[in-house]
Design a binder for this molecule. Structure first.
Ligand code: DGP
Length: 141
């Protein structure tokens, strides 16, 4: 269902213009206004869902099923070295628009405008601790 105050719902409805890359019954894809790298595309479900936490599996499935096709089209047109797929959920994860979306960010080199550096902590966890953590998560599924 469309949310009246959601800019991505308005884009799907054609109330806000966009550079449309792809559309079908379930999914809409358009160029991200920020163009972090050339060809930076957002893939969204047509139905409003705020983030990954509230997204039913069928909607997530329909959404991700289109990503390889769109990524390959971007690859064909711009010939990037690779792509990053990014999905931000929540303020500290960098989500600024609260309608689920997958960023497809073409990568041209290591100074192309996108930077996802994280600090690794491989030396701080024993396998047993990781297995306990994994069990807690698995128990919650
Ligand atoms: P995120 O920070 O992951 O929630 O990404 C939201 C993205 O949406 C951000 O990269 C900019 C883009 N964006 C926001 N408003 C508009 C818009 O009106 N049109 C387009 N094409 N992109 C938008």
């Amino acid at each position: 269902m469309k949310h009246d105050d959601c800019i991505f719902c308005k884009i799907v409805a054609g109330e806000i213009p966009s550079a449309k890359v792809y559309e079908d019954e379930h999914v809409y894809a358009f160029l991200d206004i920020s163009q972090v790298t050339t060809g930076h595309t957002l893939v969204i479900p047509k139905v409003h869902t705020t983030d990954i936490f509230e997204t039913p599996a069928e909607i997530a499935g329909e959404l991700f099923a289109r990503v390889p096709k769109i990524a390959n089209a971007i690859k064909q047109v711009y010939n990037p070295e690779g792509v990053n797929l990014l999905n931000n959920n929540g303020i500290f994860a960098g989500q600024s628009v609260y309608h689920l979306h997958i960023h497809i960010i073409p990568r041209y080199d290591d100074k192309d405008g996108f930077n996802a550096k994280w600090v690794t902590r491989d030396d701080q966890f024993y396998l047993g601790e990781l297995q306990e953590m994994a069990k807690d998560i698995n128990d919650a599924i």
